[in-house]
Design a protein around this ligand. Structure first.
Ligand SMILES: Cc1ncc(COP(=O)(O)O)c(C=O)c1O
Length: 346
């Protein structure tokens, strides 16, 4: 399988390593739960994900962790449209299992549309608990969308102006678009960040990290579950974070992803396949935009079925991830398969 949900990233200079070593010495934790103390230290070492003073909460799923920590009461939460198709009441507006009272406290705004967000904030002035969004637009069945210039900065300003907690969902972008996630890439720091997936190489653990002032809400919130905390997942996360740095994994996935992106662009140009390409080499996606041609659904199905028949699973409506395990050989094999599939689909 060439695309996997388990890639991750890392890499730093020797100076940074020294600084972080010193910081580890300072990092103390009273949490002696299975594996938690080790993991806390690791996260402390790699604290560049958010502001300097960070606190942490672990859970198996990031979305409930976010829900637990926001002291929202009857307050409104603004969610980027189609953002959270996950199993939690406020992620499922209109679902028959969700009481209308809860749905009524969640309002959606479109990615890269600061005016819509501004209007919502004005409409619900004084009543908005939080703004939750991915810093990069990566909706299901849509091409990945980077933030337009100034968008994230404006969101940050609006959140401050309206005293709303800004939460970035970096479950996919964390440890992938850079060691510091999308927030470091674009230089905009949220109040809270949800992390998962690459953080533990697919093992079931997530982290909610953020400003101490906001995280202090966790002190008065009951957070638990049957499998929490899970020592195996913690050990996986510790090992993954080590590997990210030791092997400079982020550099690798950027390099190998760029080779793949260049190859895909060549094939698309040669075959005229009507797709758009992902702007992030770490998260490749050949997207059959319905607006580009008639018969896109059929073409997409032929293309992805051909890839599957050649032994490559890539989701037709969701980007993939380049992983540390992908090397030149896998990328060449993938490109060859894509060329065959493109000719089949055209
Ligand atoms: C962007 C994003 N956020 C969150 C999640 C997962 O949230 P949870 O595990 O709480 O369902 C996913 C899972 O696919 C995701 O892609």
């Amino acid at each position: 399988m060439l695309f996997t949900l388990s890639s991750c990233g890392g890499g730093k200079t020797d100076k940074e390593a020294e600084k972080e070593e010193a910081k580890t010495e300072e990092t103390k934790s009273d949490d002696k739960l299975a594996g938690c103390d080790d993991f806390l230290k690791k996260m402390g070492e790699r604290n560049r994900l958010t502001c300097a003073e960070c606190d942490f909460v672990f859970y198996q799923n990031p979305v409930p962790a976010v829900a637990a920590i926001i002291p929202r009461g009857e307050k409104i939460v603004l969610v980027k449209r189609r953002e959270q198709p996950h199993r939690h009441d406020w992620c499922l507006p209109g679902d028959p299992g969700v009481p209308p009272g809860i749905t009524a406290t969640v309002h959606e705004f479109a990615y890269n549309d600061p005016d819509q967000l501004r209007d919502l904030l004005l409409h619900y002035r004084g009543d908005v608990a939080a703004i939750i969004m991915t810093p990069v637009g990566h909706d299901f069945d849509a091409q990945i969308e980077p933030p337009v210039e100034g968008f994230l900065e404006t969101v940050r300003e609006l959140a401050d102006e309206h005293l709303a907690v800004l939460i970035f969902d970096e479950v996919r972008t964390g440890f992938r678009v850079g060691i510091g996630g999308a927030q470091a890439l674009y230089g905009v720091t949220p109040d809270l960040t949800a992390l998962g997936k690459a953080m533990s190489n697919g093992y079931p653990v997530s982290a909610l990290v953020g400003r101490s002032e906001v995280m202090s809400a966790a002190q008065s919130t009951f957070i638990s579950s049957t499998y929490f905390p899970n020592g195996l997942s913690m050990a996986a996360a510790v090992a993954t974070l080590d590997l990210l740095q030791r092997e400079r994994v982020i550099d690798h996935i950027e390099r190998i992803g760029s080779t793949l992106a260049a190859g895909l662009a060549d094939i698309v140009a040669e075959t005229g396949l009507p797709v758009t390409l992902s702007p992030f080499p770490q998260m490749p996606f050949l997207y059959f935009d319905r607006g580009l041609e008639i018969g896109q659904d059929e073409r997409r199905d032929r293309f992805y079925a051909s890839l599957a028949n050649q032994g490559i699973f890539a989701h037709p409506r969701h980007h993939g991830f380049v992983s540390w395990r992908h090397g030149e050989q896998e990328i060449s094999a993938l490109l060859e398969a894509v060329r065959t599939a493109a000719l089949t689909a055209a």
